[in-house]
Design a protein around this ligand. Structure first.
Ligand code: C2E
Ligand code: CA
Ligand code: CA
Length: 278
């Protein structure tokens, strides 16, 4: 009877939509991932290309699953957002990134800005400002060394509340940047009203910047707009010398991309810091 039960269970599994099962299993694993300390942050330098110095780094989340290995965020963040798990996970990311940045500063490295990705779901919560304050308090990191990367998607609802929250964070001294700029919808309408410091030019425009005149024009338009709105700009996904030369030419000061370094674990990142001119 036991055997039969097992077989019918297997039969049932086979009949079910495979993706539904995968999702349930993933959700179960994701639920435990914080408790089992399976998350890890990688760090990627943000570099001033005129001085060749590092200005800061972006913290990028990975899930180190004991059986599946290192899982990139694109494969579990959507599920984390759907299930609400992004709330505790996002808090962990903030706290860990702040602590790590403070530890590097305490080790005597020149202070740099730590950029942290914030999901719209996380941002919209009424506790969000307090979560940020707690991460700063707990780590002892000064607010100007924390940068929050938000996306245009946060402007979909409650725009006035969003602006108010951004203003509160800005008044606290926290930096705000708009990630993947140009890929969302609301960009131009809200940009002027959003109290942000920096635009991140999305990788999709940088990729073909030297071969596609449309992409080159878009990036130049973003540069001009940022200049008149007095916003800083960073180009992400820079991989080649040609892209770098183009960006230098249009006076885009800051870049992030494989040309300088891939995202790397804290241990490796520290070696970069040690090699960096003081
Ligand atoms: P993003 O914020 O746009 O991050 C940049 C992505 O581009 C990263 O992918 C990075 O590894 C990759 N990248 C950087 N330089 C280059 C380059 O030169 N060439 C190419 N081809 N790729 C480059 P990653 O780490 O897989 O992250 C993917 C996305 O997952 C992020 O996109 C972000 O939206 C999300 N994410 C990552 N960490 C977190 C997190 O802690 N919280 C939340 N809510 N989202 C996160
Ligand atoms: Ca980002
Ligand atoms: Ca981005």
């Amino acid at each position: 009877a036991k055997e039969a039960g097992k077989n019918s269970y297997r039969f049932y599994l086979a009949e079910m939509n495979e993706t539904v099962i995968q999702k349930l299993v993933m959700e179960e694993w994701l639920n435990k991932a914080l408790e089992y300390e399976e998350f890890v942050l990688y760090y990627q330098p943000q570099v001033d290309i005129f001085t060749n110095r590092m200005n800061g780094m972006e913290a990028l989340l990975r899930w180190n699953h004991p059986r599946l290995g290192l899982i990139p965020p694109g494969e579990f963040i959507p599920l984390a957002e759907e299930t609400g798990l992004i709330i505790p996970i996002g808090e962990w990311v903030l706290r860990t990134a702040c602590k790590q940045n403070k530890a590097w500063q305490d080790a005597g490295h020149p202070p740099l800005k730590m950029a942290v990705n914030i999901s719209p779901i996380q941002f919209h919560r009424s506790e969000f400002v307090n979560v940020v304050l707690d991460a700063l308090d707990e780590s002892g990191l000064a607010p100007e060394y924390l940068e929050l990367e938000i996306t245009e998607g946060i402007a979909m609802y409650h725009v006035d509340q969003v602006i108010h929250k951004l203003q509160t964070l800005r008044n606290l001294g926290v930096q705000i940047s708009m990630d993947d700029f140009g890929t969302g919808y609301s960009s131009l309408t809200y940009l002027k009203r959003f109290p942000i410091h920096k635009l991140k030019i999305a990788q999709q425009f940088v990729r073909d910047i030297t071969v596609d005149p449309d992409d080159a024009a878009i990036v130049q338009a973003i540069m001009a707009m940022a200049h008149s709105l007095k916003l800083n700009v960073i180009a992400e996904g820079v991989e080649t010398e040609e892209q770098l030369a183009f960006l230098l030419d249009i006076r885009c000061k800051e870049i992030q991309g494989y040309i300088y370094s891939k995202p790397i674990p804290a241990q490796e990142f520290m070696k970069l810091l040690e090699r960096m001119p003081a």
